[in-house]
Design a binder for this molecule. Structure first.
Ligand code: FES
Ligand SMILES: [Fe+2]
Length: 445
């Protein structure tokens, strides 16, 4: 629930000035997620989307390389259908187990035949006599996995601190109500995530797509073209809500309300009757992330038109190079920049597709943006607050405190877009709209 009283440190001018400045040291703190780093330790307290269930479609299928938080891992599904996620490299002499044989409830290294089960436990070392017990002393680092919402999630933190399973609505609706995709993004997770909580850019970067992308077209999309925006940020138990207002009819304001949930989830305000969209921005390493894209409708199956559009790179999804999660439009082809389309106002920035417009501008900042050089304004308040919350949570976790956003109740929220009289505050006027209400459609104009 939004807590008006906690409109936070942003209210305080000196804090505000302080929060606006990011030093190089703070930037390193926020952007490094490898083992042993404060932010890496924080992220390891949550369930993390690791790969899609369909990447491991059946028992004994080929294993898949997964890189998460700078760790090189391997996922496989064994003969019984169980999923394992473990160190990519054989404990014997370091061969990548991606070359392994997935058979008879384990993955066997092709070099000298050592075999591992889904927990990373070595279960056969052919060169050593069984009775020596040698293989029982060998175990690869491995992480528990669960399948929820067509996604395989993993938990990489201390076993005794494992939180309850995630409670995001998109993951809990019937499968026909949901579409999940993911794409690699060639920059640090933070600058990708900061795009997801900065809805001021929509009036510019995606301006013309609001009129052409059929999963966006709506009255709200027209109102979003207004560039005079004001931000109000309110802390919640699991993160924050960011209310961005634009003028609607006289005496009324159009509010686009984004949810951000610790540590890397965002929910985009909806457009008309279209489905809801959200993201998770998961660090691969410090210079790359996985942009997960979740589309769902709480009360109806997705239509054939919606599914067809998303499978073909519409909405927040993108076309991928077959066999990979790399977008067809990417840095190596200058994002297929189309100056004529830019001049003709078909796209605002010359890049086709909403998601790739975001990726192009965010990757252009460099693999890790140097935030000590930026100049922030009031429309960056959501970005500022997310940095404050992440930093505070990482420091608190270092002192043994539980970070926010572990409780699945804090995931049971929705984004909203709503027109309210000028006299009504958005957190009161949209209080119901921001909750998951079973059987109730999203509130959206
Ligand atoms: S390196 Fe894997 S069995 Fe020897
Ligand atoms: Fe965007």
């Amino acid at each position: 629930m939004p807590n008006a009283a906690a409109t936070l440190a942003l209210e305080d001018k000196s804090n505000r000035e302080q929060n606006r400045m990011t030093t190089r040291e703070q930037n390193d703190f926020l952007t490094q997620t490898g083992p042993g780093t404060p932010m890496g330790n924080l992220f390891r307290r949550y369930w993390i989307p690791a790969l899609m269930s369909k990447e491991l479609p059946e028992p004994d299928c080929p294993p898949v390389r997964v890189k998460l938080l700078c760790e090189r891992l391997l996922a496989f599904r064994d003969t019984q259908g169980r999923v394992g996620l473990m160190d990519e490299f054989c404990a014997h002499r370091g061969v990548s187990l991606w070359f392994g044989r997935n058979e008879e409830n384990g993955l066997r290294c092709p070099y000298h035949g050592w075999k591992y089960d889904v927990t990373g436990q070595c279960i056969d070392v052919p060169s050593e006599p069984e009775e020596s017990g040698y293989c029982r002393r060998i175990k690869l680092t491995s992480y528990p996995c669960v399948e929820l919402g067509d996604v395989i999630w993993t938990y990489m933190g201390p076993p005794e601190l494992k939180p309850p399973l995630p409670g995001f609505e998109w993951a809990l609706v019937p499968q026909a109500h949901r579409f999940v995709s993911k794409r690699t993004q060639e920059c640090n997770y933070l600058q990708a995530m900061e795009g997801g909580i900065d809805s001021a850019h929509v009036s510019f970067l995606h301006r013309h797509d609001l009129r052409s992308d059929t999963l966006h077209v709506s009255r709200g999309a027209e109102l979003t073209r207004e560039t005079d925006v004001r931000f109000e940020v309110i802390e919640t138990d699991g993160g924050m809500v960011i209310g961005v207002r634009r003028q609607a009819e006289p005496g009324h304001l159009y509010w686009r309300i984004t949810q951000w949930i610790m540590p890397f989830h965002s929910m985009i305000p909806p457009y008309g009757d279209n489905a809801l969209n959200g993201h998770a921005w998961v660090p691969t390493d410090d210079e790359n992330c996985m942009s997960w894209c979740f589309t769902h409708h709480p009360t109806r199956p997705l239509t054939e038109h919606e599914l067809h559009t998303m499978r073909n790179g519409g909405g927040i999804h993108v076309n991928l190079i077959p066999g990979t999660f790399r977008p067809v439009v990417n840095k190596d082809n200058d994002y297929m920049m189309d100056r004529a389309a830019q001049k003709a106002n078909k796209t605002y920035c010359g890049v086709k597709g909403i998601a790739m417009q975001d990726a192009a501008v965010q990757e252009s900042m460099g693999p890790i943006q140097d935030r000590s050089k930026e100049n922030l304004t009031s429309t960056d308040n959501g970005v500022i607050m997310a940095r404050v919350r992440l930093r505070k949570a990482a420091l608190a976790a270092q002192q043994g405190k539980s970070p926010d956003g572990l409780d699945p109740k804090t995931h049971a929220v929705r984004s909203a877009s709503i027109v309210l009289p000028e006299s009504v505050s958005f957190h009161e006027g949209a209080a119901d709209a921001l909750k998951v209400r079973e059987g109730a459609a999203p509130i959206s104009v």
